[in-house]
Design a protein around this ligand. Structure first.
Ligand SMILES: Nc1ncnc2c1ncn2[C@@H]1O[C@H](COP(=O)(O)OP(=O)(O)OP(=O)(O)O)[C@@H](O)[C@H]1O
Ligand SMILES: [Mg+2]
Length: 245
């Protein structure tokens, strides 16, 4: 589903991705962990070309792009394969929950207003918000807003959903409901790449863990392999300090 080769990205002389290779199969739930500044967000954003890499190729589904000659059309095609869920929900505050979800259905998918509305309601039902269609974001809890964000991501029928620390800005009481929705979506077979340090999710839901450090993938294995038997000393140190082992 995803095939990344030789991905490099620098900000000035800060080499943030140092040649990342990564393959993800359909239905895999890959979580990325690693110290702050390791390049997790940059890698995730590169997959969606929100950060344009300096070198390397990315294929997602049948969309392929080479950093050396990335045209607008290729970027658009690549972007149509993924949806992102950010730490801060990035909802439109002047739109209701339903309007936040139908926006892309109308603008991108070109559905009629009526069809978009029906589909939008289905998606909000799926994330447990059937009583909040007409609520504005400021009247929703953090957990509810993040679930609207997930419904919005599902709306574009992505091949892959990219999550960047989707629960880290939430009060602890809202974390569970968001993890539950993510787990349900994962069980339905969606391919997901998730930056998260939520151990319950990493250990119980993800099928594979990547440990990034200094712009490289240091460890790549099942949660059990990475936590119990990390190969690199830096990974061992990180796991100890983060109390993730
Ligand atoms: N737009 C930007 N301009 C300049 N430097 C950036 C930019 N985005 C990221 N960086 C730098 O790239 C490096 C990697 O950042 P990135 O956000 O990918 O790390 P991360 O692993 O997601 O960290 P965290 O766990 O803190 O979110 C950092 O040194 C950061 O300062
Ligand atoms: Mg980050």
């Amino acid at each position: 589903m995803i095939d990344v080769k030789g991905l490099k990205k620098s900000f000035g002389d800060n080499h943030v991705l140092r040649g990342v290779d990564l393959k993800v199969e359909k239905g895999e739930i890959v979580t990325m962990i690693g110290p702050s500044g390791a390049g997790k967000t940059t890698l995730l954003r590169s997959l969606n070309w929100l950060d344009a890499p300096d070198a390397g190729t990315i294929r997602i589904d049948d969309a392929e792009i080479d950093a050396a000659r990335a045209g607008k059309k290729a970027v658009k095609r690549l972007r149509s394969k993924t949806a992102m869920v950010f730490q801060h929900y990035n909802l439109f505050n002047n739109k209701t929950a339903l309007e936040n979800v139908t926006e892309s259905l109308i603008m991108v998918k070109k559905l009629s207003k009526e069809t978009a509305k029906a589909r939008g309601k289905e998606l909000l039902d799926r994330v447990g918000l059937s009583d909040k269609y007409n609520a504005y974001p400021s009247f929703l809890s953090g957990g509810q807003q993040q679930r609207v964000g997930i419904a919005r991501a599902l709306a574009v029928d992505p091949k892959v959903i990219l999550f960047d620390e989707p629960t880290s800005a939430l009060d602890p009481e809202w974390v569970n409901e968001v993890l539950t929705v993510m787990t349900e979506i994962a069980r339905e077979g969606m391919t997901m790449v998730v930056v998260s340090h939520e151990m319950r999710f990493v250990r119980d839901v993800s099928t594979r863990v990547l440990l990034l450090d200094d712009g490289q993938i240091l460890e790549d294995g099942t949660p059990e392999q990475v936590f119990k038997n990390p190969q690199h000393e830096r990974a061992q140190q990180f796991l100890k300090l983060a109390h993730l082992e």
